[in-house]
Design a protein around this ligand. Structure first.
Ligand code: ATP
Ligand code: MG
Length: 450
C-alpha cells in the first residue's frame, strides 16, 4: 500500500464509512458499490486503529477470493503482508484483516471463542440466522489494542437468499425482540444508480438489470425487500409442527425415508397415527458415511422389534456404481437395510404434497408433526427458499439444508400413490411469490388419506 489511499466514495458509500452504529447494513440493489465500500472501510479501520482485529466473511471461498482477496492484494501490494494459509492481511501497525468463508452451516463454529472488533458480513442474506448469531458472539474486544475500539458489525446484502427474513426484520422492517435495540441498527439503501463508476463504465450492466423479469427487477434494481419471497414453506411453524417425543404405540404403521449422499446421509423415521397424522420421530443426519456404514447405522438406530414396513430412497440409489458394478441399493441391502423402495422424485408435486401436510386442516392443525429431537429437519425446513428460475421448486442451495426436507418429500410422496396420476389431471397449484394466498379454485388436495 502506498501510504495514501485516494478514493472517491459516492454519497451512500460515504454514509457507510461514517456510520458508527453497532450494526450497519448497506443493502438493496445490485451493483451499488457495496463490496467496494466494505473493502475500503476495512482497510481504513485497519490503518487508523493499530492492533484492530477484523474478520471479513463471504459464504464461499470462490466468492471471497474473487471479490476480496485478489482486489485487496492488488490494492495493498507489498506494504501489507498477506499470509495465504491463514488468509489474513497483517498491517505494519499490528492490525489484522482475516478473510473467511462459511460454506456449511457448521463452518461458523471455527470462529467460536475468537474475538474481532469488527466483523464484515458480505452478502449477509446468504448466511443463516444461526451463523449470524454465532458471529455476533465473536464481535467483541480482542484485547490486542492499546485504545479499545467498540465492537461493530458491517453487513452488505441483496434481497433473497437464506437469510432474507432475519436481515429484513432487523434492518428493513426494524422489528426488534428481546434485548435488540433499534438504535443499534442502521440501514443504508444502495442503488446501482448511486454507483458513478458503473454508470460510466458499465451501462450495459444497468440495462441488463432493467431487463429482468418484474419481481426480480424490483429486488435487484430497486432493492425492494418485499418483492422477494421468503421461506419456501411459510406455513411451517414450530408451534404447530413440532412436538415433544412420546411413546409411539407399536401398532402404528412405520416407515423410513432416506436421502443418501457421501456429503450427507439424511434418514427419517416416520409413523402414522390412526387418524392418519404423520409423525417424524427419529432422524439420522451425518456426513461422510459410506453406503455400507449408512445402512448399518440406520439398522442400529432402529431398535429390534420396531417394525418398519419399508424405506423409501432417492431413485439414483439404484444406479450402478462404476467401481463395484453394484447399485447403492444393493450395497445397502447387503448391509442389512432391506425393504428399500424407489421414491417418486417428482419435485414439484412432492413439495406440493409436503405443503399440504403442513397446511392446517379444518381443525387448525397440520397433518404432520416432528419430534423436537429431529433437530436437523426442524432447522432446515424453514430455511428452504424458492428456486429463482423454477417458481414452484425449492432452491437447491445452500445444499446442506436440502437433505432432510428431500427425505421428508420422499416420505410423504410414498404415502401418495395416486400423485402421479393426479398431477396429470389436477390444475397446477401456483404458490404465489409475493406471499398472497394460493388461488383456492386451482387448489386440489392430492393427499391420499388411506
Ligand atoms: N467509489 C468507487 N470508486 C471506484 N470504483 C467503484 C466505486 N464504487 C464501486 N466501484 C466499482 O463498481 C463495481 C461494482 O461495485 P461492487 O462490486 O462493490 O458492487 P456491489 O454493490 O457489491 O454489487 P453486487 O450487488 O453485485 O454485490 C466494481 O467494479 C467496483 O470496484
Ligand atoms: Mg458485492
Amino acid at each position: 500500500m502506498t501510504n495514501e489511499l485516494i478514493i472517491s466514495p459516492n454519497k451512500k458509500q460515504k454514509e457507510f464509512f461514517e456510520s458508527t452504529a453497532r450494526y450497519t447494513a448497506y443493502g438493496g440493489a445490485r451493483g451499488g458499490g457495496k463490496s467496494w465500500a466494505m473493502r475500503m472501510k476495512m482497510v481504513m479501520l485497519a490503518a487508523a486503529h493499530p492492533g484492530i482485529n477484523i474478520l471479513l466473511l463471504r459464504r464461499t471461498l470462490g466468492e471471497l477470493r474473487e471479490n476480496h482477496i485478489l482486489p485487496l492484494q492488488k490494492m495493498l501490494g507489498g506494504s501489507v503482508e498477506y499470509r495465504e494459509v491463514q488468509k489474513e492481511f497483517r498491517f505494519p501497525n499490528g492490525s489484522r484483516i482475516k478473510l473467511g468463508y462459511c460454506d456449511a452451516e457448521s463452518d461458523v463454529l471455527q470462529y467460536q471463542g475468537q474475538s474481532y472488533e469488527v466483523i464484515g458480513l458480505e452478502e449477509a442474506t446468504h448466511f443463516t440466522y444461526f451463523q449470524y448469531q454465532c458471529l455476533t458472539e465473536c464481535n467483541r474486544a480482542s484485547g490486542a489494542m492499546e485504545k479499545p475500539y467498540p465492537p461493530r458489525m458491517l453487513l452488505t446484502a441483496n434481497p433473497g437468499g437464506v437469510g432474507h427474513d432475519w436481515f429484513k426484520r432487523l434492518f428493513v422492517d426494524r422489528q426488534y425482540r428481546g434485548n435488540e435495540k433499534s438504535e443499534n441498527y442502521v440501514f443504508i439503501k444502495s442503488l446501482v444508480y448511486d454507483n458513478d463508476y458503473m454508470m460510466k463504465h458499465n451501462p450495459e450492466y444497468i440495462e441488463a438489470l432493467e431487463a429482468l423479469p418484474e419481481k426480480r427487477r424490483k429486488a435487484m434494481l430497486y432493492g425492494d425487500w418485499n418483492s422477494f419471497e421468503g421461506a419456501f414453506f411459510p406455513e411451517f411453524s414450530e408451534e404447530m409442527h413440532v412436538c415433544a417425543p412420546f411413546e409411539i404405540p407399536p401398532f402404528w404403521q412405520r416407515f423410513r425415508a432416506l436421502d443418501y449422499g457421501l456429503d450427507m446421509t439424511a434418514c427419517l423415521w416416520l409413523a402414522v397415527s390412526p387418524d392418519k397424522k404423520v409423525y417424524v420421530y427419529r432422524e439420522l443426519y451425518e456426513p461422510g458415511l459410506l453406503l455400507s456404514e449408512a445402512a448399518k447405522k440406520i439398522c442400529r438406530l432402529t431398535p429390534p422389534g420396531e417394525s418398519v414396513r419399508y424405506t423409501v430412497a432417492s431413485p439414483d440409489l439404484w444406479n450402478r456404481r462404476q467401481e463395484s458394478g453394484k447399485s447403492g441399493a444393493e450395497i445397502m441391502t447387503q448391509n442389512g437395510l432391506t425393504g428399500l423402495k424407489k421414491a417418486d422424485n417428482e419435485r414439484i408435486t412432492g413439495w406440493r404434497v409436503v405443503r399440504e401436510y403442513l397446511n392446517s386442516g379444518d381443525d387448525g392443525k397440520g397433518r404432520i408433526c416432528i419430534f423436537n429431537c429431529c433437530e436437523n429437519l426442524v432447522r432446515c425446513l424453514p430455511l428452504l427458499r424458492f428456486d429463482e428460475n423454477v417458481r414452484e421448486d425449492a432452491a437447491d442451495t445452500p445444499h446442506e439444508i436440502t437433505h432432510a426436507p428431500e427425505a421428508l418429500r420422499y416420505a410423504l410422496m410414498s404415502r401418495t400413490p395416486r400423485a402421479a396420476e393426479e398431477k396429470r389431471r389436477a390444475p397446477s397449484y401456483y404458490y404465489s411469490f409475493d406471499g398472497s394466498p394460493p388461488e383456492k379454485e386451482t387448489y386440489r388436495s392430492i393427499i391420499d388419506y388411506r
